[in-house]
Design a binder for this molecule. Structure first.
Ligand code: HEC
Ligand code: HEC
Length: 335
């Protein structure tokens, strides 16, 4: 080709390229936002799980939530990660008063005194924005997070809301439903020992009377009760949130799933063992104005169990341990 024609062709080509890259054109192709739907498997004996329309679960969202959960960078001074207090091997608790994590997708009341009620996204937003006070500049200038937020949500810019959404997606995967109790009662694939069976019957009848509050497949009614721990209250519980005197001493009913792993017990960690808890319900209840009407035997200190019955109840409580949950590699530290 003649060199002059070649030059003209080159100019023409570069001009068309300049125009082709004008403002109306889509940006140069970068990585694509194409998240993969996350198939959450809910065991058939668990209730239907509602997933909010504005936070569908994706593989990328769950993975981002998991990283955030295990990363001290989420904390404004990098003092701790969620996982420092919420340790998988202990059903995501540690020490007194730390509430365990499991089956949160079905809860709508959070924290011992019910400070946050609503969706999982709302409690996670509280944890990120108010508790950890996440420094978004730090997340947004991180070498990995902008890409991970893009893959999960289509934007490189992290916000407290998006971090809360990712954490919620991860938390929804923390389903705890594979204990011996599940296999015996719901899957008919195992049997209780004689002692466990006695405990099970005590638990689910008026005799031991635990099921009113800790019943159902989640082992909690997710409501607030004064179960008779005290007759005067340092911590007024739910009343601090509602302002109603009738709520003094009421606390959230914890789930009893994995209860053998989550000592010490109660909102202040006052009992070190399940035996102590059972003794309390048997003969140490205290009367107060707001004691729950379900604590019908408070006049005699409690449900009055024999020593054999107490051991049986503890044996039953131990069947609520789900070892697949605490060993599931998908819930563990990704770093
Ligand atoms: C320093 C220890 C600590 C750290 C770190 C921590 N938590 Fe907690 N968490 C607790 C304690 C203690 C409670 C119970 C507090 C209460 O109810 O007043 C709790 C309760 C919760 C609850 C309520 C559970 C329920 O059943 O109502 C959720 C949800 C939760 N934490 C999520 C998180 C997330 C997410 C993070 C990280 C952003 C986090 N926590 C970091 C100690 C911690
Ligand atoms: C009236 C409702 C109610 C009944 C009935 C009830 N509980 Fe509770 N249970 C609660 C509440 C509320 C708490 C938390 C109390 C607190 O910490 O202030 C609790 C706490 C517990 C805990 C400690 C959980 C933890 O994570 O710290 C165990 C274990 C327990 N109950 C077992 C039982 C057993 C066993 C029975 C039957 C003998 C029973 N409960 C009957 C409401 C009830």
């Amino acid at each position: 080709m003649h060199s002059k024609n070649f030059l003209l062709a080159l100019i023409f080509l570069s001009l068309t390229m300049v125009f082709a890259c004008g403002e109306d054109e889509p940006p140069a192709p970068g990585p694509e936002y194409d998240p993969t739907p996350f198939e959450l498997v809910i065991p058939s004996h668990m209730p239907i799980l509602e997933i909010p329309e504005d936070n569908p679960m994706t593989v990328e969202g769950v993975e981002l939530g998991r990283r955030l959960f295990y990363d001290t960078k989420l904390h404004k001074h990098e003092e701790h990660a969620c996982a420092d207090c919420h340790i998988q091997s202990q059903s995501f608790t540690s020490g007194p008063a730390v509430l365990p994590h499991m089956n949160f997708g079905w809860y709508n009341n959070f924290l011992w005194n019910g400070k946050i009620s609503g969706s999982l996204e709302e409690i996670m937003l509280f944890e990120v924005a108010s508790f950890f006070e996440t420094d978004l500049d730090k997340i947004n200038s991180d070498e990995n997070y902008p890409d991970l937020f893009f893959q999960a949500f289509g934007t490189q810019t992290a916000t407290h809301e998006l971090a809360a959404k990712a954490l919620s997606q991860f938390e929804r995967t923390l389903i705890c439903s594979n204990s011996k109790f599940d296999r015996v009662v719901y899957e008919n694939s195992e049997f209780f020992t004689d002692e466990e069976l006695i405990g099970y019957e005590l638990f689910f009848t008026e005799e031991g009377d635990c099921f009113h509050c800790h019943g159902g497949v989640l082992m909690t009614d997710n409501l607030f009760h004064n179960n008779g721990l005290d007759d005067t209250f340092n911590d007024i519980g739910y009343a601090a949130i509602t302002g109603n005197d009738t709520d003094i001493g009421r606390f959230k009913t914890p789930s009893l799933r994995n209860i053998a792993l989550t000592a010490p017990y109660m909102h202040d960690g006052r009992y070190a063992t399940l035996e102590e808890v059972v003794n309390f319900y048997s003969e140490e209840l205290k009367f107060s104005e707001t004691i729950d009407p379900l604590m019908k035997n408070v006049h005699q200190g409690g449900v009055q169990l024999t020593e054999e019955e107490k051991s049986a109840l503890v044996a039953f409580l131990k069947t609520l341990t789900d070892t697949t949950f605490i060993n599931n590699p998908l819930f563990s530290n990704p770093f």
